[in-house]
Unconditional design. Structure first.
Length: 137
């Protein structure tokens, strides 16, 4: 049995991160195809939200499928109306992808700045989707 060396740990971490990113991309593309093909405004695609059913308050995920469907059909306003967290998450994922690209090897300080800034739209839309839209619609 060979000892677990630092280089094998780094290889494992690199492989695991690529696998997670690949699975996330495949899942995202699959859900996008599903959301594009099925209209959540006309038919209920998933079970009702437990939080909304029990409290009457919208959880941060309520309207996410409708927002993705609207966005994929080019309706930006409808997407924002259904759930702004979808656009906030897309902005954050895009900024994180830029920060994790070759920019990280060329300018590590700029990369960390971009990565930290990428969380701002996600947190702002999470606060709005989780609390403010229930208080002030």
């Amino acid at each position: 049995m060979t000892p677990f060396t630092e280089s094998s740990a780094e290889r494992w971490r690199a492989w695991a991160s690529r696998a997670v990113l690949s699975l996330g991309a495949v899942g995202g593309v699959g859900f996008s195809i599903f959301a594009y093909a099925n209209d959540p405004f006309k038919e209920q695609l998933f079970p009702p939200c437990v939080v909304f059913a029990s409290t009457g308050l919208l959880c941060p995920g309520c309207g996410g499928t409708r927002a993705v469907h609207s966005l994929l059909h080019g309706d930006l306003i409808g997407s924002l109306d259904s759930n702004p967290l979808v656009l906030g998450a897309l902005l954050s994922v895009g900024a994180i992808a830029v920060g994790a690209s070759r920019l990280s090897s060329r300018a590590p300080r700029a990369s960390s700045w971009v990565m930290n800034l990428a969380l701002v739209p996600l947190f702002l839309t999470l606060i709005y989707s989780g609390a403010i839209r229930n208080i002030w619609p």
